[in-house]
Ligand binder design. Structure first.
Ligand code: PNS
Length: 167
C-alpha cells in the first residue's frame, strides 16, 4: 500500500469473535484503507480463555472471509501494549464499538491512556442495536449451560463452540 494508507486497528480479546465485533470491523473497513484486527492480552480477563490465540485469529480470519469484508489483516500480540502495536503497524486510529454507557465508562480511560502514551486517537462507533446484548462471555456462558445463542456468533464460530461442547 502507499505511504498515505490510512490504517486503523480493531483491538480486543476476541474469545471468540461475535457478530457485534464483525459489524464494527465491517464498518471500520468502510472508513479506512486497511483494518488491522489485533488479538491482544487483557490482564483483567484472567485464565487462558476458551480458545487459544491462534484459534481466535483463525476464527476471525474465517468470519471476515465468509463475509467478504475487504482489506482486513488479523494479527496477534502476546504481552505487548496496544500503542506499541499501533506504532509498529503505523495505524492512525484505534476503532472500538460502544454498546452502552457501561462500555463507554470502560473504554474511556483506555482511550485517554493510549492517547497519553503516544497520541494515538480512539474512534468510537455506536454498536448496532441488534447486538447490544451480545458479548463473547455471554455467548459462551449461554451455550455452555445448554441455551441457544449461537445465532449471535459467525457460523464458523458457532461450529467451533458446538464442537468444543461436544468434545
Ligand atoms: O475485548 P477486550 O478484552 O475488552 O479488549 C481489551 C484490550 C485487549 C484491547 C485491552 O486490554 C488492551 O489494549 N490490551 C493490550 C495491553 C495494553 O495496551 N494495555 C493498556 C491499555 S490502556
Amino acid at each position: 500500500m502507499s505511504e498515505t494508507t490510512r490504517r486503523c486497528v480493531c483491538p480486543g480479546s476476541f474469545d471468540p469473535i461475535t457478530l457485534g465485533h464483525l459489524d464494527i470491523i465491517r464498518r471500520a473497513s468502510a472508513l479506512y484503507d486497511e483494518v488491522v484486527v489485533a488479538v491482544l492480552f487483557n490482564p483483567a480477563k484472567s485464565g487462558q480463555g476458551m480458545f487459544s490465540v491462534d484459534e481466535r485469529v483463525a476464527l476471525i480470519e474465517g468470519a471476515v472471509a465468509a463475509e467478504e469484508i475487504p482489506r482486513v489483516r488479523v494479527v496477534s500480540s502476546g504481552g505487548e501494549l496496544l500503542v506499541d502495536l499501533c506504532t509498529r503497524e503505523d495505524v492512525c486510529a484505534i476503532v472500538k464499538g460502544l454498546r452502552s454507557g457501561t462500555d463507554f465508562a470502560y473504554e474511556l480511560p483506555m482511550a485517554l491512556m493510549n492517547r497519553h502514551l503516544t497520541g494515538v486517537e480512539t474512534v468510537f462507533l455506536p454498536g448496532a442495536p441488534a447486538f447490544e446484548h451480545v458479548s463473547s462471555s455471554l455467548i459462551k456462558e449461554v451455550h455452555a449451560l445448554g441455551g441457544y445463542g449461537l445465532d449471535l456468533a459467525p457460523p464458523n464460530v458457532a461450529e467451533a463452540l458446538q464442537a468444543r461442547r461436544d468434545a
